[in-house]
Write a new protein. Sequence first.
Length: 420
Amino acid sequence: MSTKPPVFATLGCRLNAYETEAMKDLAAKAGVENAVVINTCAVTAEAVRKARQEIRKLRRDNPEAKIIVTGCAAQTEPETFTKMAEVDLVIGNTEKMQPETWSRMGPDFIGRTERVQVDDIMSVTETAGHLIDGFGTRSRAYVQVQNGCDHRCTFCIIPYGRGNSRSVPAGVVVDQIKRLVDKGYNEVVLTGVDLTSWGADLPAEPHLGDLVMRILKLVPDLPRLRISSIDSIEADEMLMQAIATEPRLMPHLHLSLQHGDDLILKRMARRHLRDDAIRFCEEARKLRPDMTFGADIIAGFPTETEAHFENSLKLVSECDLTWLHVFPYSKREGTPAAKIPNQVNGTVIKARAARLREAGDVQVQRHLEAQIGRDHIILMENPHMGRTEQFTEVTFATAQTEGAIVKAKILGLKGTQLLA
């Protein structure tokens, strides 16, 4: 059999995509060949079903390769994948980031390694700062600063796939960002599972705002810093100060809101109420008038009535949310929410999710129309497309330099893109 470099497939979140890039580097250094690696997601039962479907497809497309399954689904239910005839190796979320896991495979790992390598994720106390060259475009790099989650929302399986919260020390983060800026990246995105819990496990217990301010101070050549999804109730005073005073911190926050009704939020075991979300958005926009928000919202959580749902729908306009990630509730075995007797009918869930998406579409259109005639500073992801500071896509008729930051006037819009 001829040798081929490993093929990687990523399902799920941005952090998974980041870790896939790190695994590519680890596999290349170990000389792994003739392998297909699937980095799975476990957020819903549907995500696990899609992982199984993808594994079968990849086996058909790569009949001679070794199939390696890793990621959150491999961590939470390794037996599901061990039972699949298509799968040769199952690796946990900790093991996938360890060089020795890959070096044991070498160029040909047949019969040389255990079929299942999944340890207790809850016993992990550190998160390594894996240096990668970024992914997606040559303009934006993602830096993992945190992993895991100490919270136990009743709908969520992720803590059992990622373990408890652990932080990458600030010095390691700063050094990595310096190297990325030296390589020419104009924007860095801080990413993690529960980003606002960063620092709680470190000496002196710093907060995310402390990390943001330290990065901006110690990496003065970094033009743009962006934060991924945050829990607004955990936003600290220093983070709010950074929003108010640091123009290099991008005015776009994705909020883990999940619902707009207080009773449902309590049944989800969330740590905020609807008024907390509204108050945070008002304060952040007061500090930074050009701030835009995205949000995760779940439709059809068990016991959700039409009145409960209407509160989520109203929250879209009350918080002036622009970019919605709408999740139809999916019963996830192993979570407390799966045991709640009053599950919402699937047809109703689908209809409510559609209504939320329609509300989101209206908000996007309002945002786009408000940009016409304005000047924006845009980071080019490719010669004809870039993103504003608020993460809105902009297309250019004339080619620009990929990775460059350009100033342009918005002339119109097409679909969900601005025209410059």
